[in-house]
Design a protein around this ligand. Structure first.
Ligand code: 5GP
Ligand code: ZN
Length: 133
């Protein structure tokens, strides 16, 4: 399998690792959306959030918390965003499950744009689709 994160985990491609345990690594994302932008990556290959083993998924969030604490303390960020892109439509480019931690600083120029579509969609229609047997 030609997976860049599996290659990083095996040490075949260099990375800047800031944390490692038996099941996870945390590395600096090459793109650095903000200072210290980090990826939490399970050592086993899962394509995405729907594919991942439940226990590993739960442990992923615990690892996010551990590494976020490190970033808060050592880089003095004032908060962070966590992002998971699931599938290409959502911007997933590496098909090995990972969670982004994006540390936030005053004037960091990072924008998460969420449009306000209040009133645009029919809630009853959505609920009826979800409840349809
Ligand atoms: P996605 O778009 O799949 O959620 O995120 C993939 C991320 O992996 C991107 O932000 C990209 O910058 C990062 N990335 C891609 N290739 C490499 C690499 O070889 N090393 C590191 N450290 N990050 C990478
Ligand atoms: Zn992989």
């Amino acid at each position: 399998m030609n997976c860049i994160f599996c290659k990083i985990i095996k040490g075949e491609i260099p990375s800047s690792k800031i944390y490692e345990d038996n099941n996870f690594i945390a590395i600096l994302d090459l793109s650095q959306a903000t200072y210290g932008h980090t990826l939490i990556i399970p050592k086993n290959h899962y394509a995405n959030l729907l594919d991942i083993d439940k226990d590993v998924l739960a442990e992923s969030m615990i690892t996010v918390q551990k590494v976020s604490n490190i970033l808060m303390e050592k880089l003095n960020c004032e908060g962070f965003n966590i992002i998971n892109n699931c599938n290409e439509i959502a911007g997933q480019t590496v098909m090995h499950f990972h969670i982004h931690i994006i540390p936030r600083y005053k004037d960091d120029n990072f924008k998460l744009e969420t449009p306000n579509n209040q009133g645009k969609y029919n809630f009853e229609e959505i609920i009826s689709k979800i409840n349809k047997k």
